[in-house]
Design a protein around this ligand. Structure first.
Ligand SMILES: Cc1cc2nc3c(=O)[nH]c(=O)nc-3n(C[C@H](O)[C@H](O)[C@H](O)COP(=O)(O)O)c2cc1C
Length: 360
């Protein structure tokens, strides 16, 4: 039988992120503070510009990941199929959502495995939360989840803010780093560690690097507020989201955390600064990436790839795969434009470009 609690929570997350405004309110990613230094003699033919990169051993046409979102309930199979179709068509990478539900029972396994059925050649990564990782005795359960999606990598999401605010959360993070180290040592594929919208600092990144992690997705603040999602779940008056439980006075503390987190640009700059002393460190910029210019600026700040979740899901759900492909195409043109106007033929060239503070 399906574990209905985990399953219905995953469904609520999709419904709330699509129907409510769960953006940060008083904080931005910080990308708008910067602009490229224009190069009036780029010495390039636009047609030579090459946005290809390699990620998890596979070639991508464009440095973009559809960030971990869903799986584990009925309709997730349709969503993941469509996301995977877009990734296959545009040669992007994709993460599946938390596979905790698939660990508990097999009812919705296909909502995860459908990604590989549709997208045979792209990099795909599995996903599990820190709270589960802290409990691991060995990597066998997670290896099975990786095998389910024939994954090229496996993501652990760090979500202390969400666990703290979630009515059914597990705010016990003792043993998370040990669990991550165990996965790094025992899984057959690389481990990726991501936040979900509150950011990873240089200090946290160093602790991850020390236990062998070489792929870090900063997933900073300024895009989707997961505190916001959980506050809405807690407060929904009609009890639809909180299973009819009466709201208590203690709920009111939660609002103060809506904007908690490190803005994406700040997290990205902190974590990218560790690249010079950490050979092979791959840095992913995500959290509020809302266009090609954010992707281009991320690369110039040292990211190897960017990731986006809610903005692309919203387009998929309102306009279908065609609309999502049109959106990705426009992001690609924006990145290519920024590359042309900064004299960058390749993504590696763009990583060397300068961003300047915008005049206020
Ligand atoms: C509907 C939805 C479900 C999500 N579920 C997961 C998840 O299961 N595991 C995870 O690591 N991140 C999850 N995320 C977080 C995203 O991967 C991402 O880190 C975060 O939303 C910030 O990116 P954005 O501002 O582009 O949305 C989810 C995001 C959305 C929108």
């Amino acid at each position: 039988m399906a574990n209905t609690r985990t399953s219905s929570r995953k469904q609520q997350h999709v419904e709330i992120t699509l129907s409510k405004d769960v953006s940060f309110r008083g904080k931005t990613t910080g990308f708008e503070r910067f602009e490229f230094l224009h190069n009036a003699i780029p010495e390039l033919n636009f047609s030579e510009i090459d946005t290809a990169v390699t990620f998890l051993g596979k070639k991508l046409a464009f440095p973009l990941i559809i960030s971990s979102m869903t799986g584990g309930y009925k309709d997730a199979q349709r969503i993941n199929r469509h996301l995977a179709e877009v990734c296959a068509e545009k040669r992007l990478a994709m993460g599946v959502g938390s596979q905790r539900q698939a660990m508990e029972d097999s009812t919705y396994h296909r909502s995860f495995s459908v990604v590989r059925e549709v997208a045979k050649d792209i990099p795909v990564f599995g996903n599990i939360g820190a709270a589960e990782v802290a409990q691991l005795k060995d990597a066998s359960k997670v290896q099975r989840l990786a095998n389910l999606v024939r994954a090229d990598g496996f993501a652990v999401h760090l979500n202390p803010l969400q666990e703290f605010l979630q009515p059914e959360g597990s705010p016990d993070f003792r043993g998370v780093l040990r669990g991550i180290e165990l996965l790094v040592k025992q899984l057959s594929i690389p481990v990726l560690v991501k936040e979900i919208g509150a950011g990873i600092s240089a200090d946290v990144a160093k602790r991850l690097i020390d236990v062998g992690v070489r792929i870090i997705d900063v997933a900073g603040a300024g895009g989707t507020s997961w505190a916001g999602v959980e506050i809405i779940r807690r407060n929904e008056k009609n009890g639809k989201w909180n299973n009819g439980k009466k709201r208590g006075e203690k709920e009111s503390f939660a609002a103060a955390f809506w904007d908690w987190g490190i803005p994406t640009v700040d997290a990205l700059r902190q974590v990218s600064s560790l690249k010079s002393q950490t050979p092979g460190l791959t840095v992913i910029s995500s959290g509020g990436i809302s266009g090609g210019m954010d992707v281009a600026k991320s690369i110039a700040f040292g990211a190897d790839l960017a990731g986006a979740a809610r903005p692309l899901l919203k387009i998929l759900e309102s306009g279908g795969t065609k609309a999502m492909i049109r959106k990705v195409d426009s992001w690609i043109m924006q990145v290519k434009g920024a590359m042309f106007l900064t004299g960058s033929r390749t993504i590696q060239d763009l990583q060397q470009r300068q961003l300047v503070l915008r005049a206020q």
